[in-house]
Design a protein around this ligand. Structure first.
Ligand code: PMP
Length: 513
């Protein structure tokens, strides 16, 4: 209770200076509460302005949408929130629902809207290309594909210069698996526990997320290894991560000598010695894990692992589906932040700002091994429309300094959320890099046990009600994932942090009762 009071007093002092008290938060209407809660002030942080007005929603009624969904769409529930949002329009970092409510989008349609919803330049290029030519398939040439291949390859270091264009992250990773096996003439592939690399029958073997596993034969030759998670895993300390924010765990390491890294390397060696054949096909890793809750490995870990994999004849695959295209700020690609050189890089999501496209980039040697063993063909991959959009996305990232913005605004955001971590015992960890941020919720810092799902769901729901959309991740869905479009600004970050803070104050109040 004392803690809740401290938060409330601070909240009132801080927030009244910069924020307008708009209304009493509905779920906390005072009438039915204890006397203490009658004295609290519930503030709704004021949303930064937006100069865009959405059209009036004139499509299907919500009840009709629900009915159609029930009758005709996948029974697997993927939509967030008790009453899923019916979204209607988007503009840069903003989303509008069918009732005209505005939301700050801090998840970008799962890290996909890289340069902003309906970015005017990308839209204009798409419209122009739609008037000219949509589709040919790769049995013909068209300049958009060649222009795009030249632009994308210029962003990758030698010898990563050969590009295969496909349509989704799963397809890209499927192809990378085939390539690794065709090139090495071996079968075994290793990936981390907690990793998500796709949901196709082939990539399901790589994705080690319990909820995606089925009682069906899959994953032949795929093996999992311990994820070097320096917050939740057995080892981790105060210097492990390439992030402005370190874990709350203490260690006796000195910079550049990470004991946690050594321990996790031993685990990887154990996997090599016990689970796979003498020679392997490859190893897949995201530079920072997305679905697993923005998990960062100890610095230098991937570099050593790449060496171990190559000693066994395997190729190293960087899955840049979430980390690529400047999101991490300091570098354009996530693998560059780890100082490693992959043999194959896969990319999707942000590559098309929401248009379905993806790519696999590799060396000419590995690419040739594929050409030697099969005819690879993809009807839609590299369509004129996709390539024109992909080119426009690359231009916008450069022209509008979005990588630099990710670095500056992302670092600002990480430090602000780290202050909240110090304030609330239920925030166990704040981590990430650039505009890829994770906030792991715990029962308390000492135990690091995950905050129960019901509580995390409520916090998530409350943030949405205050106009902030975030994602979720981690094995217990305990981590909030924040990956806004890369055009996001500092005042918008301030708003998000205030929303999160107000919601946590309410949460502490609920808990204290
Ligand atoms: N790799 C990673 C790292 C991902 O996050 C995802 C999607 N969440 C995929 C691959 C699969 O991409 P898609 O859904 O486009 O098949």
């Amino acid at each position: 209770m004392a803690l809740a009071w401290r938060h409330l007093r601070r909240a009132f002092h801080l927030e009244t200076s910069s924020l307008r008290i708009l209304k009493t938060y509905p779920s906390l209407s005072c009438a039915s509460r204890t006397p203490a809660s009658k004295l609290t002030f519930h503030t709704k942080p004021e949303m930064p302005s937006c100069d865009f007005s959405p059209e009036r929603y004139q499509s299907l009624a919500y009840s009709h949408i629900l009915e159609i969904h029930k009758q005709h769409l996948s029974p697997v529930r993927t939509a967030y929130f008790q009453k899923p949002l019916l979204l209607h329009q988007g503009h840069m970092e903003w989303l509008f629902d069918s009732d005209g409510n505005r939301y700050l989008d801090f998840f970008s349609g799962i890290v996909t809207v890289s340069v902003g919803h309906c970015h005017p330049k990308v839209n204009a290029v798409a419209q122009e290309q739609m008037e000219r030519l949509w589709h040919t398939s790769s049995i013909f040439f068209h300049p958009q594909m060649h222009e795009y291949a030249e632009k994308l390859s210029a962003l990758l270091p030698e010898p990563l210069k050969v590009i295969f264009l496909v349509n989704s992250g799963s397809e890209a990773n499927d192809l990378a698996m085939v390539m690794a096996r065709a090139y090495s003439k071996k079968t075994d592939i290793i990936s981390f526990r907690g990793a998500y690399h796709g949901c196709s029958p082939y990539t399901l073997g790589l994705s080690n997320v319990g909820s995606f596993k089925m009682e069906l034969p899959s994953g032949m030759g795929c093996h999992s290894t311990m994820c070097p998670d320096v917050f939740r895993g057995p080892w981790g300390g105060s210097y492990c991560r390439d992030s402005p924010v370190q874990t709350i765990r203490k260690c006796s390491c000195v910079p550049d000598c990470c004991q946690a890294k050594e321990q996790y390397i031993e685990q990887f060696k154990d996997t090599l010695n016990t689970c796979v054949a003498k020679s392997i096909a490859g190893f897949f890793a995201e530079p920072i894990q997305g679905v697993n809750g923005v998990v960062q490995y100890p610095k230098g870990f991937l570099k050593e692992v790449f060496e171990l994999v190559r000693e066994r004849g395997g190729v190293c695959i960087a899955d840049e589906v979430q980390t690529g295209f400047g999101r991490l700020g300091s570098h354009f690609w996530g693998f560059q932040t780890q100082d490693v050189m992959p043999d194959i890089v896969t990319m999707a999501k942000g590559i098309g700002n929401g248009f379905p496209m993806a790519a696999v980039v590799t060396t000419s040697e590995i690419a040739k091994s594929l050409a030697n063993c099969l005819l690879h063909f993809n009807t839609f991959g590299g369509s004129p429309l996709a390539c024109a959009i992909g080119s426009a996305v690359l231009e916008v990232i450069k022209e509008e300094n979005m990588q630099e913005n990710s670095q500056e605004v992302g670092t600002y955001m990480l430090l602000k959320f780290a202050n909240l971590r110090d304030e609330f015992d239920i925030i166990g960890d704040v981590r990430g890099k650039g505009l890829m941020v994770g906030i792991e919720m715990v029962q308390d810092k000492r135990s690091r046990r995950p905050l129960p799902l019901k509580e995390v769901n409520q916090i998530h729901e409350d943030c949405k009600d205050m106009g902030l959309i975030m994602g979720r991740g981690g094995p217990f869905s305990q981590t909030f994932r924040i990956m806004p479009p890369m055009c996001v600004t500092k005042p918008e970050v301030d708003f998000a942090v205030e929303v999160f803070r107000s919601v946590l104050i309410q949460h502490m109040e609920r808990r204290a009762k």
